[in-house]
Design a protein around this ligand. Sequence first.
Ligand code: NAD
Ligand code: LMR
Length: 333
Amino acid sequence: MSEPINVVVTGAAGQIAYSLLYQLAAGSVFGPNQPINLRLLDIPVMMTVLDGVIMELEDLALPLLREITPTADPNVAFKNVAAAFLVGSMPRKEGMERKDLLAANAEIFKVQGKALDQHARKDVKVLVVGNPANTNAWICSHHAPSIPKENFTAMTRLDQNRAQAALAARLNVSVDKVKNVIIWGNHSSTQYPDAAHATVNVQGSTKPVPSVVNDDNWLNITFVEKIQKRGTAVISARKMSSAMSAAKAAGDHMRDWWIGTKPGEWVSMGVLSDGSYGIPRDIVFSFPVAIENGQYKIVQGLQINDFARSKLSITSKELEEERTEANNVLQNK
Ligand code: NAD
Ligand code: LMR
């Protein structure tokens, strides 16, 4: 059994955290031999709600869960953390786009970036879930200059899981038979869910998804729009944004970053662009990544046709606009 690591979850009294905390305590993210100390950050008015969450965590009676620290102070929450789930922020309501949350949430990620810079381990792995996730991750990393920029990531794993599930349903196979679907760009309605490089295992043989689906109209329009609009569809039905599936995706993202991906497989993560695939630098853009020894690398050499190129341009342009807007919001505070 390893020494416990410190893991912070922000927005710990909220919806997503309620499902995420169980996964962390049960060992399904950091593995069955990794005990954890949980740091639970929320705002002062939520401290009594957090007390109830802590009672429930205790009542899980799970041996990997060691110390639990509830706090409203980022300086306490981020002390020596090895992993950070930045969930805490306002979710969107019906009729809003995720970028409409920038004004409300940008400051949170500035403050937490500074706290990470001062208190976290320099090898901390940061996953930003709070929306607009890509630009919030960018804000956070810019306020934490002593931590490598590649340690800041944004969650597009929910979009990947949605895309994988939609392809599996269309092909009438179980979801594990579909691999290597890609989410490019922003976790927003401009994202490009790309099945061009995805494979499906049919009766023991691996085939390209496009040739098995054999319907470009469905793949380029129906499928793309379904994934782009899935968050909106959940909000419209539930009157609250997705939480159970978001928590599962956050666990998947961190687990793969911590433990690695299988040879020949990749996952999508929002990471600081290094210019790969002609994407502008200095935006947090979702790319396919392969992970080994806790380090991800953007998968290189995938063919990008004219259709895909036009989609990548739209979503990267939106991220550049969000970066400008974030700078404006933070300067006017
Ligand atoms: P929620 O409202 O249920 O919970 C948010 C929690 O954050 C609340 O307890 C709130 O008090 C807390 N909070 C607010 N400001 C804080 C601060 N400064 N420090 C610490 N905690 C703070 O919302 P939720 O459903 O858990 O969603 C959280 C965020 O995740 C939203 O921004 C939502 O849009 C986003 N989200 C992202 C994805 C994704 O795929 N990237 C998916 C689903 C939801
Ligand atoms: C989602 O994709 O479900 C979340 O980002 C919540 C939202 O605002 O859509």
